[in-house]
Design a protein around this ligand. Structure first.
Ligand code: SF4
Ligand code: SF4
Length: 377
Protein backbone atom coordinates (compact mmCIF):
# COMPACT_ATOMS: atom_id res chain seq x y z
CA UNK A 1 0.00 0.00 0.00
CA UNK A 2 1.37 3.44 -0.81
CA UNK A 3 1.30 6.11 1.92
CA UNK A 4 -1.03 8.28 -0.04
CA UNK A 5 -4.22 6.49 -1.02
CA UNK A 6 -6.13 9.20 -2.86
CA UNK A 7 -8.02 6.82 -5.14
CA UNK A 8 -11.53 7.58 -6.33
CA UNK A 9 -14.50 6.72 -4.15
CA UNK A 10 -15.67 3.19 -4.91
CA UNK A 11 -17.67 0.34 -3.37
CA UNK A 12 -15.57 -1.68 -0.92
CA UNK A 13 -16.56 -5.12 0.39
CA UNK A 14 -16.41 -5.63 4.18
CA UNK A 15 -14.10 -8.57 4.97
CA UNK A 16 -16.29 -9.37 8.00
CA UNK A 17 -19.80 -9.64 6.53
CA UNK A 18 -19.28 -9.24 2.80
CA UNK A 19 -21.52 -6.14 2.51
CA UNK A 20 -20.41 -3.52 -0.02
CA UNK A 21 -20.46 0.19 0.76
CA UNK A 22 -19.19 3.50 -0.56
CA UNK A 23 -18.45 4.43 3.06
CA UNK A 24 -15.90 1.69 3.68
CA UNK A 25 -12.25 2.44 3.02
CA UNK A 26 -9.89 0.13 1.16
CA UNK A 27 -7.38 0.84 3.94
CA UNK A 28 -9.75 -0.62 6.56
CA UNK A 29 -12.10 -2.90 4.61
CA UNK A 30 -14.49 -3.47 7.51
CA UNK A 31 -17.91 -1.99 8.20
CA UNK A 32 -18.76 -0.24 11.45
CA UNK A 33 -21.13 -3.04 12.54
CA UNK A 34 -18.42 -5.70 12.22
CA UNK A 35 -15.86 -3.54 14.06
CA UNK A 36 -18.19 -2.80 16.97
CA UNK A 37 -19.98 -6.14 17.29
CA UNK A 38 -17.64 -8.73 15.79
CA UNK A 39 -14.31 -7.36 16.97
CA UNK A 40 -12.36 -10.55 17.88
CA UNK A 41 -13.10 -12.00 14.45
CA UNK A 42 -12.05 -8.90 12.48
CA UNK A 43 -9.05 -7.97 14.66
CA UNK A 44 -6.52 -9.75 12.38
CA UNK A 45 -7.69 -7.55 9.46
CA UNK A 46 -7.31 -4.45 11.64
CA UNK A 47 -3.79 -5.44 12.65
CA UNK A 48 -2.91 -6.08 9.03
CA UNK A 49 -4.20 -2.62 8.05
CA UNK A 50 -2.00 -0.89 10.62
CA UNK A 51 1.03 -2.99 9.79
CA UNK A 52 0.66 -2.00 6.14
CA UNK A 53 0.35 1.67 7.14
CA UNK A 54 3.49 1.60 9.31
CA UNK A 55 5.86 -0.58 7.34
CA UNK A 56 6.81 2.01 4.69
CA UNK A 57 8.03 4.34 7.46
CA UNK A 58 9.85 1.61 9.36
CA UNK A 59 7.55 2.03 12.37
CA UNK A 60 6.82 -1.00 14.60
CA UNK A 61 3.43 -2.58 13.78
CA UNK A 62 2.40 -2.71 17.46
CA UNK A 63 3.55 -1.30 20.81
CA UNK A 64 6.62 -3.33 21.81
CA UNK A 65 6.46 -5.94 24.59
CA UNK A 66 10.07 -7.21 24.45
CA UNK A 67 10.96 -9.37 27.43
CA UNK A 68 13.69 -7.70 29.50
CA UNK A 69 13.33 -4.50 27.45
CA UNK A 70 13.56 -0.91 28.72
CA UNK A 71 10.21 0.59 29.67
CA UNK A 72 8.99 3.93 28.37
CA UNK A 73 6.00 5.31 30.28
CA UNK A 74 5.39 8.53 28.41
CA UNK A 75 2.20 7.34 26.72
CA UNK A 76 -0.49 4.68 26.89
CA UNK A 77 1.57 2.31 24.74
CA UNK A 78 4.06 1.73 27.59
CA UNK A 79 6.57 0.19 25.21
CA UNK A 80 9.02 -2.40 26.54
CA UNK A 81 11.87 -1.83 24.13
CA UNK A 82 14.44 -4.59 23.57
CA UNK A 83 18.11 -4.01 22.70
CA UNK A 84 18.54 -2.32 19.33
CA UNK A 85 14.77 -1.79 18.88
CA UNK A 86 12.63 1.33 18.82
CA UNK A 87 9.30 2.25 20.39
CA UNK A 88 5.92 2.50 18.68
CA UNK A 89 6.33 6.22 18.02
CA UNK A 90 9.70 5.61 16.34
CA UNK A 91 11.44 8.14 18.59
CA UNK A 92 13.00 6.14 21.40
CA UNK A 93 15.59 3.41 20.93
CA UNK A 94 17.25 0.98 23.27
CA UNK A 95 20.95 1.39 22.64
CA UNK A 96 23.21 -0.66 24.88
CA UNK A 97 20.50 -0.88 27.55
CA UNK A 98 19.82 2.88 27.56
CA UNK A 99 16.83 4.66 26.06
CA UNK A 100 18.04 7.28 23.62
CA UNK A 101 16.26 9.62 21.20
CA UNK A 102 14.08 12.65 21.86
CA UNK A 103 14.14 13.86 25.47
CA UNK A 104 13.40 16.98 27.52
CA UNK A 105 16.42 18.74 26.05
CA UNK A 106 16.27 17.80 22.36
CA UNK A 107 13.17 17.42 20.21
CA UNK A 108 12.32 16.14 16.75
CA UNK A 109 10.23 19.19 15.97
CA UNK A 110 9.64 22.04 13.55
CA UNK A 111 7.83 25.35 14.04
CA UNK A 112 6.28 28.28 12.18
CA UNK A 113 4.30 31.43 12.93
CA UNK A 114 0.58 31.70 12.23
CA UNK A 115 -1.07 35.11 12.20
CA UNK A 116 -3.99 35.43 14.62
CA UNK A 117 -6.86 34.78 14.41
CA UNK A 118 -5.78 31.43 13.04
CA UNK A 119 -7.51 28.25 11.98
CA UNK A 120 -7.27 26.55 15.37
CA UNK A 121 -9.64 23.88 16.72
CA UNK A 122 -10.52 26.28 19.54
CA UNK A 123 -10.48 29.57 17.61
CA UNK A 124 -14.28 30.00 18.08
CA UNK A 125 -13.93 30.23 21.87
CA UNK A 126 -10.28 31.09 22.65
CA UNK A 127 -8.57 34.44 23.40
CA UNK A 128 -6.67 34.43 20.08
CA UNK A 129 -9.82 34.00 18.00
CA UNK A 130 -12.36 35.93 20.09
CA UNK A 131 -10.66 37.98 22.81
CA UNK A 132 -12.18 35.76 25.53
CA UNK A 133 -10.49 36.45 28.84
CA UNK A 134 -9.55 40.05 27.91
CA UNK A 135 -7.70 41.86 29.46
CA UNK A 136 -6.03 39.19 31.65
CA UNK A 137 -5.46 36.60 28.95
CA UNK A 138 -6.00 38.40 25.61
CA UNK A 139 -4.35 41.44 24.06
CA UNK A 140 -7.57 42.63 22.41
CA UNK A 141 -11.26 42.64 23.19
CA UNK A 142 -11.87 40.63 20.00
CA UNK A 143 -9.74 38.62 17.57
CA UNK A 144 -6.06 39.31 18.24
CA UNK A 145 -5.16 40.93 14.92
CA UNK A 146 -1.48 41.87 14.55
CA UNK A 147 -0.42 39.13 17.00
CA UNK A 148 0.64 35.62 16.13
CA UNK A 149 0.73 32.04 17.28
CA UNK A 150 3.90 29.97 17.46
CA UNK A 151 2.83 26.64 15.96
CA UNK A 152 5.08 23.82 17.16
CA UNK A 153 4.85 20.61 15.15
CA UNK A 154 6.18 17.47 16.85
CA UNK A 155 7.25 14.89 14.30
CA UNK A 156 5.97 11.69 15.90
CA UNK A 157 2.77 10.23 17.29
CA UNK A 158 1.57 7.68 19.81
CA UNK A 159 -1.40 6.74 17.58
CA UNK A 160 -1.63 5.37 14.05
CA UNK A 161 -4.71 7.04 12.57
CA UNK A 162 -5.41 5.75 9.08
CA UNK A 163 -7.10 9.09 8.29
CA UNK A 164 -4.27 11.26 9.69
CA UNK A 165 -4.63 14.89 8.58
CA UNK A 166 -0.88 15.55 9.02
CA UNK A 167 0.55 12.18 7.98
CA UNK A 168 3.77 13.65 6.51
CA UNK A 169 5.28 13.70 10.00
CA UNK A 170 5.79 9.91 9.60
CA UNK A 171 8.50 10.50 7.06
CA UNK A 172 10.53 12.32 9.75
CA UNK A 173 9.61 10.28 12.85
CA UNK A 174 12.98 8.45 12.82
CA UNK A 175 15.01 11.64 12.37
CA UNK A 176 17.52 12.69 14.98
CA UNK A 177 16.15 15.06 17.64
CA UNK A 178 18.14 18.26 17.27
CA UNK A 179 16.11 21.29 18.42
CA UNK A 180 16.82 22.30 22.00
CA UNK A 181 13.98 23.35 24.27
CA UNK A 182 15.80 26.61 24.87
CA UNK A 183 16.11 27.45 21.17
CA UNK A 184 12.43 26.66 20.70
CA UNK A 185 11.52 28.97 23.60
CA UNK A 186 13.59 31.69 21.93
CA UNK A 187 11.20 31.72 18.96
CA UNK A 188 8.60 33.47 21.15
CA UNK A 189 8.97 37.12 20.17
CA UNK A 190 7.08 40.22 21.34
CA UNK A 191 4.24 39.62 18.87
CA UNK A 192 3.71 35.98 19.88
CA UNK A 193 0.54 35.72 21.96
CA UNK A 194 0.23 31.93 22.12
CA UNK A 195 2.14 28.72 21.56
CA UNK A 196 0.32 25.66 20.23
CA UNK A 197 1.93 22.23 20.44
CA UNK A 198 0.56 19.73 17.93
CA UNK A 199 1.92 17.30 15.32
CA UNK A 200 1.85 14.24 14.91
CA UNK A 201 1.13 14.64 18.55
CA UNK A 202 3.03 16.39 21.34
CA UNK A 203 2.55 13.34 23.62
CA UNK A 204 5.74 11.36 22.86
CA UNK A 205 7.79 14.54 23.29
CA UNK A 206 5.89 16.12 26.14
CA UNK A 207 8.96 16.48 28.40
CA UNK A 208 10.54 18.67 25.70
CA UNK A 209 7.40 20.78 25.25
CA UNK A 210 7.05 21.25 29.01
CA UNK A 211 10.62 22.47 29.31
CA UNK A 212 10.27 24.82 26.32
CA UNK A 213 7.02 26.21 27.79
CA UNK A 214 8.56 26.90 31.19
CA UNK A 215 11.52 28.67 29.60
CA UNK A 216 9.26 30.74 27.34
CA UNK A 217 7.02 31.80 30.24
CA UNK A 218 10.03 32.69 32.35
CA UNK A 219 11.58 34.76 29.56
CA UNK A 220 8.29 36.56 28.89
CA UNK A 221 7.21 37.16 32.47
CA UNK A 222 4.86 40.13 32.89
CA UNK A 223 3.05 39.80 29.58
CA UNK A 224 0.42 37.52 28.05
CA UNK A 225 1.74 34.26 26.60
CA UNK A 226 -0.73 31.40 26.40
CA UNK A 227 0.36 27.76 26.31
CA UNK A 228 -1.99 25.49 24.32
CA UNK A 229 -2.01 21.84 23.27
CA UNK A 230 -3.75 19.85 20.58
CA UNK A 231 -3.55 16.17 21.41
CA UNK A 232 -4.92 12.64 21.24
CA UNK A 233 -4.67 12.65 25.06
CA UNK A 234 -2.70 9.41 25.45
CA UNK A 235 0.06 10.72 27.73
CA UNK A 236 0.92 9.64 31.27
CA UNK A 237 -1.39 11.55 33.66
CA UNK A 238 1.54 13.04 35.58
CA UNK A 239 2.76 14.73 32.38
CA UNK A 240 -0.76 15.88 31.57
CA UNK A 241 -1.11 17.52 34.97
CA UNK A 242 2.05 19.56 34.30
CA UNK A 243 0.74 20.64 30.89
CA UNK A 244 -2.61 21.55 32.45
CA UNK A 245 -1.01 23.75 35.12
CA UNK A 246 0.89 25.70 32.46
CA UNK A 247 -2.24 26.25 30.37
CA UNK A 248 -4.41 27.16 33.32
CA UNK A 249 -2.20 29.92 34.59
CA UNK A 250 -1.21 31.28 31.17
CA UNK A 251 -4.78 31.50 29.78
CA UNK A 252 -4.14 28.71 27.28
CA UNK A 253 -6.21 25.63 26.58
CA UNK A 254 -6.03 21.92 25.93
CA UNK A 255 -7.75 20.67 22.81
CA UNK A 256 -8.58 16.97 23.18
CA UNK A 257 -9.36 14.94 20.13
CA UNK A 258 -11.98 12.39 21.22
CA UNK A 259 -11.75 10.32 18.07
CA UNK A 260 -14.19 7.55 19.02
CA UNK A 261 -16.19 6.28 21.96
CA UNK A 262 -16.02 2.57 21.29
CA UNK A 263 -12.62 1.14 22.18
CA UNK A 264 -12.90 -1.33 19.31
CA UNK A 265 -13.42 1.49 16.83
CA UNK A 266 -10.49 3.41 18.29
CA UNK A 267 -8.22 0.41 17.81
CA UNK A 268 -9.53 -0.07 14.29
CA UNK A 269 -9.08 3.54 13.20
CA UNK A 270 -6.11 4.62 15.32
CA UNK A 271 -4.31 1.37 16.17
CA UNK A 272 -4.47 2.19 19.90
CA UNK A 273 -7.03 2.07 22.72
CA UNK A 274 -8.83 5.28 23.69
CA UNK A 275 -9.25 4.34 27.40
CA UNK A 276 -6.33 6.51 28.57
CA UNK A 277 -7.63 9.42 26.50
CA UNK A 278 -11.05 9.26 28.14
CA UNK A 279 -9.55 8.94 31.63
CA UNK A 280 -7.27 11.89 30.95
CA UNK A 281 -10.18 13.96 29.68
CA UNK A 282 -12.01 13.29 32.93
CA UNK A 283 -8.91 14.34 34.86
CA UNK A 284 -8.79 17.64 32.95
CA UNK A 285 -12.50 18.28 33.41
CA UNK A 286 -11.84 18.73 37.13
CA UNK A 287 -9.82 21.85 36.29
CA UNK A 288 -12.52 23.47 34.14
CA UNK A 289 -14.36 25.14 37.01
CA UNK A 290 -11.14 26.79 38.18
CA UNK A 291 -11.05 28.96 35.05
CA UNK A 292 -14.35 28.97 33.15
CA UNK A 293 -13.27 31.82 30.84
CA UNK A 294 -11.45 31.54 28.54
CA UNK A 295 -12.35 27.84 28.26
CA UNK A 296 -9.54 25.61 29.49
CA UNK A 297 -10.65 22.35 27.84
CA UNK A 298 -12.11 21.90 24.36
CA UNK A 299 -13.19 18.58 22.81
CA UNK A 300 -13.35 17.72 19.13
CA UNK A 301 -14.39 14.75 17.00
CA UNK A 302 -13.74 14.25 13.31
CA UNK A 303 -16.91 13.01 11.58
CA UNK A 304 -15.43 10.25 9.41
CA UNK A 305 -18.17 9.00 7.07
CA UNK A 306 -18.95 5.31 7.54
CA UNK A 307 -17.02 5.05 10.82
CA UNK A 308 -18.04 7.86 13.20
CA UNK A 309 -21.80 7.88 13.45
CA UNK A 310 -24.49 9.49 15.58
CA UNK A 311 -24.15 6.77 18.25
CA UNK A 312 -20.43 7.48 18.75
CA UNK A 313 -21.07 11.23 19.02
CA UNK A 314 -23.99 10.75 21.37
CA UNK A 315 -21.86 8.66 23.77
CA UNK A 316 -18.96 11.14 23.64
CA UNK A 317 -21.30 14.10 24.16
CA UNK A 318 -23.05 12.45 27.13
CA UNK A 319 -19.66 11.72 28.67
CA UNK A 320 -18.57 15.37 28.28
CA UNK A 321 -21.90 16.66 29.60
CA UNK A 322 -21.64 14.42 32.66
CA UNK A 323 -18.32 16.12 33.50
CA UNK A 324 -19.25 19.72 32.69
CA UNK A 325 -21.91 20.68 30.09
CA UNK A 326 -20.11 23.99 29.43
CA UNK A 327 -17.07 22.29 27.86
CA UNK A 328 -17.02 23.38 24.20
CA UNK A 329 -17.31 20.55 21.65
CA UNK A 330 -16.37 20.91 18.01
CA UNK A 331 -17.62 18.42 15.41
CA UNK A 332 -15.25 18.59 12.48
CA UNK A 333 -16.16 17.81 8.88
CA UNK A 334 -13.81 15.22 7.41
CA UNK A 335 -11.33 15.89 4.64
CA UNK A 336 -10.25 12.66 2.89
CA UNK A 337 -6.60 12.21 3.81
CA UNK A 338 -3.78 9.73 4.00
CA UNK A 339 -4.94 6.11 3.64
CA UNK A 340 -8.61 7.08 3.93
CA UNK A 341 -8.41 9.35 0.92
CA UNK A 342 -10.99 7.10 -0.74
CA UNK A 343 -13.84 8.20 1.55
CA UNK A 344 -16.13 11.13 0.74
CA UNK A 345 -16.30 14.23 2.94
CA UNK A 346 -18.88 14.38 5.75
CA UNK A 347 -22.48 14.76 4.62
CA UNK A 348 -24.53 17.71 5.90
CA UNK A 349 -27.10 15.21 7.14
CA UNK A 350 -24.59 13.39 9.37
CA UNK A 351 -23.20 16.67 10.67
CA UNK A 352 -26.68 17.99 11.53
CA UNK A 353 -27.69 14.73 13.21
CA UNK A 354 -24.50 14.73 15.30
CA UNK A 355 -24.96 18.38 16.24
CA UNK A 356 -28.54 17.64 17.34
CA UNK A 357 -27.56 14.60 19.38
CA UNK A 358 -24.71 16.47 21.12
CA UNK A 359 -27.14 19.23 22.12
CA UNK A 360 -29.70 16.68 23.31
CA UNK A 361 -27.00 15.16 25.48
CA UNK A 362 -26.96 18.47 27.34
CA UNK A 363 -23.93 20.28 25.91
CA UNK A 364 -24.38 24.04 25.74
CA UNK A 365 -21.53 24.93 23.40
CA UNK A 366 -21.34 22.73 20.27
CA UNK A 367 -20.52 23.68 16.71
CA UNK A 368 -19.64 22.16 13.35
CA UNK A 369 -16.18 23.06 12.11
CA UNK A 370 -14.89 23.02 8.49
CA UNK A 371 -18.37 23.85 7.15
CA UNK A 372 -16.99 24.33 3.65
CA UNK A 373 -16.23 20.59 3.49
CA UNK A 374 -19.81 19.42 4.04
CA UNK A 375 -21.41 17.71 1.05
CA UNK A 376 -25.13 18.00 0.31
CA UNK A 377 -25.78 14.48 -1.03
S1 SF4 B 1 6.36 7.68 23.85
FE1 SF4 B 1 4.83 6.05 23.83
S2 SF4 B 1 5.06 5.10 21.81
FE2 SF4 B 1 6.93 6.29 22.17
S3 SF4 B 1 8.37 4.81 23.05
FE3 SF4 B 1 7.33 5.85 24.77
S4 SF4 B 1 5.59 4.53 25.30
FE4 SF4 B 1 6.32 3.91 23.24
S1 SF4 C 1 -3.00 28.45 20.23
FE1 SF4 C 1 -4.55 28.68 21.88
S2 SF4 C 1 -4.98 30.88 22.10
FE2 SF4 C 1 -3.82 30.58 20.19
S3 SF4 C 1 -5.38 30.47 18.59
FE3 SF4 C 1 -4.97 28.35 19.23
S4 SF4 C 1 -6.38 27.89 20.91
FE4 SF4 C 1 -6.38 30.12 20.56
Amino acid sequence: MSLSNLSTITFVRCLGCGRESLLTSQALPLCLDCIRSNFPRVLPYIERAHQAAREPCDLPPKPLRDEGGKQCNICVNECLIGLGRKGYCGLRQNKGGRLIGANAEKGNVSWYYDLLPTNCVADWVCPGGTGAGYPDFAYRDGPEYSYKNLAVFYQACSFDCLFCQNWQYRLSAGREATLSASLLADQVDEKTACVCYFGGDPTPQLPHALRASRLALERNRGRILRICWETNGSMHPSLLRQAAELSLRSGGCIKFDLKAWSEELSIALCGVTNRRTLENFELLAHYTRERPSPPFLIASTLLIPGYIDKWEVSKIASFIASLNPEIPYSLLAFHPQFLMGDLPTTSRRLADECLGTAKEAGLGNVRIGNLHLLRDY
